[in-house]
Design a protein around this ligand. Structure first.
Ligand code: UGA
Length: 432
């Protein structure tokens, strides 16, 4: 099949290259000339395990091409995927759909034969209806079909999530486009993925409801962890005990810092804002948003307690600053709140992240990036394990002690409290 992916961010690039790997001819289009030129040279703008190799393989065998020419790319494609960003609006909490509608307007004048236009971007319910209206201004309805096919891949696991999805959701209001999409996904369906066909609006909502539910699950266990700390029991026992109930399930019950990333914070806000428009109060999701927004202050309070409220001139190390492991993404990472707040209180902060220097801290006073775990630990008073990178899981802290021992605050519960305490360290973690 001939496919066009508009937008070469996470969703567009990963799904584009994976579709090419399944034997389709894929053109990935972006307005950003620089980005396209780099991609043509094999340089990948994001950190995603395995992506670079897959891009090179499919670029070499010419199933994957890159272009800035949207019109031409649409002319030569049967299915066009819209994969541009839908960030939160600068004012308010609804999704900014300007990029989606700009793309729809550009597609409008390039429909030369029957085209299936698919939104892969996360878009609020009824966005498909709006796209259809835009396209109808220049085209007969029979000449195109607008479909919703939300993407459920996670950063850091993107290729595996695309290749072995739990489900493929296709929302379309006509049989023809459903048939084409089912055919496109046939190689994944034959490996066990469930294919679910719904109305277009339902598919749009499934994506938001899924992300909001996962955010709720995390927030739920984070609050239970707060209670565990007060009672003196281990939240991991609670997660295991709860998770074994198949109705609950064990995944996304890891307590830790506030959830972050480019999706959960933005999508939870957007779904409540959409619901408000439809005069429905999603009060559970609203309190999840609030609880998550308070979480960084809660963990910071713990830091103050650990350091006996004496932050000034304390040397604090952050191991990991990204919002989760296996990504270089800093969007809505809780470190963006914690590090500036500790710096304001006079702490001297060093951070080490396997994905290197972060421009986000360049203007924050007394914050420096170091290139090795060793450098980051030297002379530290408090080591905060912020991100659960594998690189940190087997650190032998004893080897890094010269003189006074540092305190460890493991915000991801990656170490055994008993083992670390037996080595003589003061050790704190989350909900245990
Ligand atoms: C999330 C969803 O998991 C994907 O299914 C979805 O496709 C994607 O958003 C999207 O909408 O595009 P992602 O943002 O890559 O994927 O990250 P997750 O792995 O879901 O983690 C999100 C946040 O939750 C992170 O801050 C992570 O540390 C936190 N988390 C996750 C926990 O604190 N505890 C857990 O048990 C799981």
């Amino acid at each position: 099949m001939k496919l066009c992916m508009i937008g070469t961010g996470y969703v567009g690039l990963v799904s584009g290259v994976c579709f090419a790997d399944l034997g389709n001819d894929v053109v990935c289009v972006d307005k950003d000339v620089n980005k396209i030129n780099l991609l043509k040279k094999g340089k990948i703008p994001i950190y995603e395990p395995g992506l670079s190799e897959l891009v090179l393989k499919n670029y070499k065998n010419k199933r994957l091409t890159f272009s800035t020419d949207l019109k031409k790319s649409i002319y030569t494609s049967d299915v066009i995927f819209i994969c541009v960003g839908t960030p939160t609006k600068k004012s308010g909490s609804s999704a900014d759909l300007s990029q989606i509608y700009n793309v729809a307007s550009e597609i409008k004048s390039s429909v030369n034969s029957f085209k299936i236009i698919v939104t892969k971007s996360t878009v609020p319910v009824t966005t498909g209806d709006e796209i259809e209206k835009i396209l109808s201004k220049k085209n007969k309805k029979k000449n195109f079909s607008v479909v919703s096919n939300p993407e459920f891949l996670r950063e850091g696991e993107a290729i595996r999530d695309f290749t072995y999805p739990d489900r493929i959701i296709v929302g379309s209001n006509d049989i023809r486009s459903n048939r084409v999409l089912k055919n496109l996904y046939a190689p994944l369906i034959s490996k066990g993925a469930q294919y679910v066909h719904t109305e277009r609006r339902a598919a749009e909502l499934i994506k938001y409801a899924s992300n909001a539910f996962l955010a709720t699950k995390i927030t739920f266990i984070n609050e239970i962890a707060n209670l565990c700390e007060k009672i003196g029991i281990n939240v991991e026992d609670i997660s295991i005990g709860m998770g074994l109930d198949k109705r609950i399930g064990s995944r996304f019950l890891r307590a830790g810092p506030a959830y972050g990333g480019s999706c959960f914070p933005k999508d939870t806000k957007a779904i409540t804002s959409t619901a408000d428009k439809f005069k429905t109060n999603l009060s559970v999701i609203k309190s999840v948003i609030k609880s998550n927004e308070n979480r960084s202050s809660l963990l910071l309070n713990r830091v103050y307690e650990i350091l006996n409220k004496k932050i000034k001139n304390k040397k604090i190390t952050f191991l990991g600053v990204t919002f989760k492991a296996n990504t270089d993404d800093m969007r809505d990472s809780s470190s963006l709140i914690m590090i500036p707040s500790l710096s304001k209180k006079g702490a001297i902060i060093k951070y080490f992240d396997p994905t290197g220097y972060k421009k986000e801290f360049s203007r924050v006073k007394n914050v420096s990036n170091v290139n090795t775990i060793k450098e980051s630990l030297e002379g530290s008073d408090l080591v905060i394990v912020h991100t659960e990178w594998n690189d940190f899981k087997s650190i032998n802290f004893k080897n890094f002690i010269k003189g006074k021992k540092f305190i460890i605050y493991d915000m991801r519960n990656i170490y055994s409290p008993k083992k670390i305490r037996n080595q003589g360290f003061k050790y704190y973690s989350v909900g245990r």
